[in-house]
Design a protein around this ligand. Sequence first.
Ligand code: GLN
Length: 454
Amino acid sequence: VTQAHLDRIAEVDDFVHAFLHVDAEGALAAARAVDEAGEPASALAGVPLALKDVLTTRGIPTTCGSRTLEGWIPPYDATVTRKLREAGVPILGKTNMDEFAMGSSTENSAFGPTHNPWDHARIPGGSGGGSAASVAAFEAPLAIGTDTGGSIRQPGSVTGTVGVKPTYGGVSRYGLVAFSSSLDQAGPCARTVLDAALLHEVIAGHDPRDSTSIDAPVPPVVAAAREGLRGDLTGVKVGVVTEFSGDGYQPGVRRSFEAAVELLASLGAEVVEVSCPSFTYALPAYYLIAPSECSSNLARFDAMRYGLRVADDGSHSAEEVMSLTREAGFGAEVKRRVMLGTYALSSGYYDAYYGSAQKVRTLIKRDFDAAFERVDVLVSPTTPTTAFKLGERVDDPMAMYLADLCTIPSNLAGNAAMSVPSGLSDEDGLPVGLQIMAPALADDRLYRVGAAFE
Ligand code: GLN
């Protein structure tokens, strides 16, 4: 199976460009070890996987899609990587992504964009476009992404794959190169909800190496997916978020969403409308909080500790080397966020910007809490449009940011959310995703509803 996927990568990845690095030797060695072990280490033993290049892999390059980390070989495995290895999952390679996970199209990768397998001229979503595209192009049956504002779910939506952002703290962030630490969360990409659940179970669980890891049992996601496959949602209350409809949504996406809601009702779910007024402020709050944390996290790339170092000829001061290296190593979007974040955190502006954004975050959490007193899950479109054309939004950061309009509230509140394919748009024939949101630590509800729906 691993060899077949390596062959597929060799055949199509020149066109898709989902991978930044393929580790054929390592993947085959892991596959052989599974064969020789006899007793499988997990349900996924021998099932190969593509890993987003933001998770550290001992002995294998980890670039985060940035020139800054080109040539850096981590001396340690992320907890997610370690758990995959222990489960006997061969790692095929590292997938392309927007630089440091900042973007919605993979066009911010320093190594060139990934192409959507459905239409080569279109974006595969981002930041984890490489992971989603590898699954959609049958280069890998499973992949890992990370979701800070939508980077697993939006790529899932536009490539017709399943993407899950687990509850914040449900999957360890140890070895996940930090973008916005209070939002970052790793999760599964797959072609079916049950596949995603099996992967979720492998990577989740408490980790003392991550101070924000939750010390609680992993929600019963596999059992919930199996239950969902029976196709009966009797007794499940589904809330349609009223704020996520209307202007700004492609008519084809809107119609697909309406059909999805009808399908949920036909499976027995009780559907009600739920208003979450603060969700309207989620996007602006995110674009203060995420850049603020990014400006602090990316300060570690100082030309001394990792990867790239320029102007190191003895004629420059340490400060000059640092500044010239950051100028050469970071792309435009990363620089924009470092500047925005530094400004938002600066004395005199802190309360007005960062402080206000944190208050919005609390209001969003309260909207979710109130909603989940009435319903079991909330639903919305995953993203307002189908895959847009490569190049269409590169010069318009605001338009790019809108891709995460519906996904960001779950990151700000820390709850669980999934994108599940809801068919093809009747407008352009491209995949559309249904977003399902559940309370923190109730990830199993996503899997039950998602498996019944798919
Ligand atoms: N597109 C969003 C951003 O650019 C989300 C990224 C992510 O989830 N990593 O910040």
